[in-house]
Design a protein around this ligand. Structure first.
Ligand code: SF4
Length: 222
């Protein structure tokens, strides 16, 4: 889209500050079932699931963790087996060597520095080996302590299409979203964009005809 069209489209839909609330409200109605797709029963299982989800699908992770979590219950359990055994147990999630190394390093630190518990703050979470900001944000949000907004490929695409950010870099996109989205919605906002991205606002073929945000979106194609 040429720059002048983008400018015109932005004027037509109005400022993002005025649009953010209806965007969240409409998506919350449209995707009332939006939630994390990973299956877990404890903070530790959540942390391991999110670490395993890098570069693979949530469905694949759930398949692996169904048996993994029957065998490994506490941080000590991940350290009680040889690294090769853990690698075999998580093999199907891909990048299994690096993931096994990160998981074991994380379990070591949980035991040494956090009494075996998963910490809740971002600065503590990102100290864990192999836990980057995105993983930390997902874990903190799911544990009811959202301190940022998760930016994945869907969040990035939809934020740009909806004119909520002009940035490309996930950290800068998150900074823009944090200024815009009410804090109470930080945890659910990414889920809403992810589900809308999967169901309606596809990367290649957005279905603008069926989109509840059509009058709020500067990128609509109808
Ligand atoms: S109107 Fe189209 S481009 Fe905008 S959010 Fe909806 S599907 Fe995506």
């Amino acid at each position: 889209m040429a720059k002048s069209y983008v400018g015109e489209a932005r004027k037509r839909v109005g400022p993002k500050r005025a649009r953010i609330r209806p965007i969240v409200e409409r998506l919350a109605v449209e995707h009332a079932d939006a939630a994390i797709a990973l299956r877990f029963r404890s903070p530790l299982e959540l942390l391991v699931s999110v670490m395993l989800s890098a570069q693979t699908t949530d469905v694949n992770v759930n398949r692996v963790t169904t048996t993994l979590f029957e065998k490994y219950h506490r941080p000590e359990d991940y350290l009680a087996v040889p690294q090769e055994e853990l690698e075999r147990d998580i093999f199907a999630t891909g990048f299994y060597r690096q993931k096994a190394k990160s998981i074991r390093g994380t379990m070591r630190m949980l035991l040494d520095d956090f009494d075996g518990e998963v910490p809740r703050t971002l600065p503590e979470l990102v100290r864990l080996p192999g836990v980057a900001r995105k993983t930390a944000n997902v874990v903190a949000a799911e544990l009811g302590h959202a301190q940022g907004i998760v930016v994945d490929t869907h969040v990035r695409r939809l934020s740009q299409r909806l004119g909520l950010t002009k940035q490309e870099d996930p950290v800068k996109i998150e900074r823009d979203l944090i200024r815009l989205v009410p804090r109470a919605d930080w945890a659910r906002f990414p889920h809403l964009l992810i589900w809308h991205g999967r169901r309606v606002c596809d990367a290649r073929r957005p279905r603008c005809d069926d989109c509840v945000l059509v009058d709020l979106c500067p990128s609509r194609r109808v």
